[in-house]
Design a protein around this ligand. Structure first.
Ligand code: AHR
Length: 524
């Protein structure tokens, strides 16, 4: 009886509650005005030897009861294939500058400690061959970071020769004896990681001297990469907007302007986490609108940071030959209670999905300079795509953003004009709506719209010129609450649903839910 009364009361309240009128948003797209290419590598991932990112997340070993192919989990591979991961950055992070590749090849692996991340045993059962097998299984490319901190140019040069040589050198024969006669492709090469901090606390000048030596001697011998499809070398870049990091960008880019034949770089890395302040204290689940608004407001700082460092790069490289590669980004919250703090375990909510969409749109708007980005990190660590627990696996809200954005990979940016309006909560004011459009490789127009406002729906009136737009269909992602999450027990709380627009008076009308991300293709 009591539950019946409560139920009836809730129904009465629901009927009585005034429904907020949808906010009207006019959005115009001129499809005949294409811009820069949105490089598929903006959708890169990062897999460090950290917590359960690699071990359990990817690698379970071939004798595991968890279905696997040569030790690599089949469920994770299938999920990653569906989001078309363009590249995976590995083995770190801070871990990379302490990593010795010989520990991870052959029958006898070097068992070490992982002092950066929880001080646990690093068995090195996942090494070069296992990483390359994983990349191959998910249809991706390798972004290998070499150890410029505690390693030597000699060690890194040998690793590249081991991976890429096609001629019968000692290292090539060793690779073949270990099971892979054909040379591996190393698409991207990281020359150190955060060398201003965990990578060795170097000054920019010291780093530059060392980086030039690595750039010179760490060679890729894969015959298929010598002319075309060359390996891209990414130098360590800034980790923020303060002077120490603008100085860093200045130093590296100024040197680049005068570089000679004997060294080169193709990219400058940038790391920027959404954290509000260190150490990370915000909860990844079980939070309210204050934390929603503050985190999303903070994440938008990415735009200014890119502008700041791009301006310095433009001075020394006006032709934009050197890409800005945001190869670590994402939300960084307090570790989940009860987890090893060194494992950086956090939940992933609808807020993270919106955060991901806002950042990808920022990258796309700077696509002429930002040609790579790697969200941190792929599985079980920070803003992950996938969470696993032994045999269980769940796809996060962020995963679904990457899935919805697949058509934007290698698409061409198309400018969108709209009045974003304002969403204000407490001390935080931010744009209510964000939007991005692009023409896919197949020539189809795709539009993304984020409604940041957690209360008010948006009625979008889309005017498209340059093509005869008749309808739009796609997917929208929302959930009951800003902190809604997917769990192993309830994996479908935050999943995309179909959406379509109706045509009216030469426009397309889309009804967007509050706190939602929508991607539609425009049909002609
Ligand atoms: O992603 C976790 C860590 O954050 C990386 O190892 C390091 O590069 C950064 O500080």
């Amino acid at each position: 009886m009591r539950s019946l009364l409560v139920g009836l009361t809730l129904i009465v309240i629901a009927i009585a509650a005034p429904r907020m009128a949808a906010q009207k948003v006019e959005l115009s797209i001129d499809a005949s005005e294409p811009g820069a290419k949105i490089d598929r590598n903006l959708f890169g991932q990062f897999a460090e030897h950290l917590g359960h990112g690699v071990y359990d997340g990817i690698w379970v070993g071939s004798d595991s009861t968890i279905p696997n192919t040569r030790g690599i989990r089949n469920d994770v591979v299938a999920a990653l294939k569906a989001i078309h991961v363009p590249n995976v950055r590995w083995p770190g992070g801070c871990f990379a500058d302490g990593y010795h590749w010989r520990d991870g090849i052959g029958a006898q692996r070097g068992v070490r400690l992982n002092p950066d991340w929880g001080g646990v045993i690093e068995p090195n059962t996942f090494g070069t061959h296992e990483f390359m097998d994983f990349i191959d299984q998910i249809g991706s490319e390798a972004y290998v970071s070499v150890n410029l901190g505690s390693g030597s140019p000699h060690e890194a040069a040998d690793w590249l020769e081991y991976m890429t040589a096609a001629q019968a050198t000692t290292l090539e024969k060793e690779r073949a004896a270990n099971g892979h006669p054909a040379p591996y492709k190393v698409a991207w090469l990281g020359l150190g990681n955060e060398s201003w901090d965990c990578g060795g606390n170097m000054t920019p000048e010291y780093y530059l001297d060392r980086m030039k030596i690595f750039s010179r001697f760490v060679r890729n011998y894969n015959p298929e990469q010598i002319e075309k499809d060359q390996m891209l070398k990414i130098a360590v870049g800034p980790g923020g907007g303060e002077q120490r990091w603008t100085d860093w960008t200045e130093t590296v880019m100024k040197a680049y302007q005068q570089h000679t034949w004997s060294w080169d770089i193709n990219g400058l890395s940038m790391h920027s986490y959404t954290v509000v302040k260190w150490p990370p204290a915000f909860k990844s689940a079980g939070f309210g609108e204050d934390e929603y608004a503050q985190i999303l407001k903070t994440t938008l700082d990415m735009d200014d940071l890119i502008k700041k460092h791009s301006a310095i790069m433009d001075k020394y490289d006006p032709q934009k030959k050197v890409a800005l590669v945001v190869d670590e980004w994402g939300s960084w919250y307090a570790p989940l209670p009860g987890s090893n703090p060194g494992f950086l375990v956090q939940q992933n909510s609808l807020r993270d999905a919106i955060l991901a969409a806002l950042n990808i749109n920022i990258f796309a708007r700077h696509a002429d300079r930002v040609r790579g980005a790697n969200i941190a990190q792929m599985i079980n660590v920070l803003q992950a795509m996938i969470l696993t627990d032994h045999e269980k696996m769940v796809l996060t809200p962020t995963y679904y953003i990457y899935k919805m954005y697949v058509p934007f990979q290698d698409s061409t940016f198309v400018p969108v004009t709209f009045d974003a309006g304002r969403y204000k909560h407490s001390d935080f004011t931010l744009p209510r709506v964000d939007a991005m459009a692009a023409k896919s490789k197949e020539g189809k127009l795709w539009v993304e719209i984020t409604n940041v406002d957690p209360h008010q729906a948006a009625e979008v009136e889309l005017t498209v010129t340059g093509i005869n737009a008749k309808s739009a269909v796609g997917k929208t992602l929302t959930a009951p609450k800003v902190d809604s999450v997917n769990t192993f027990e309830a994996p479908n709380i935050v999943v995309p649903k179909p959406i379509s627009a109706r045509a009216q008076g030469g426009k397309l009308i889309l009804q967007l839910e509050p706190k939602s991300v929508t991607v539609v293709s425009v049909e002609q």
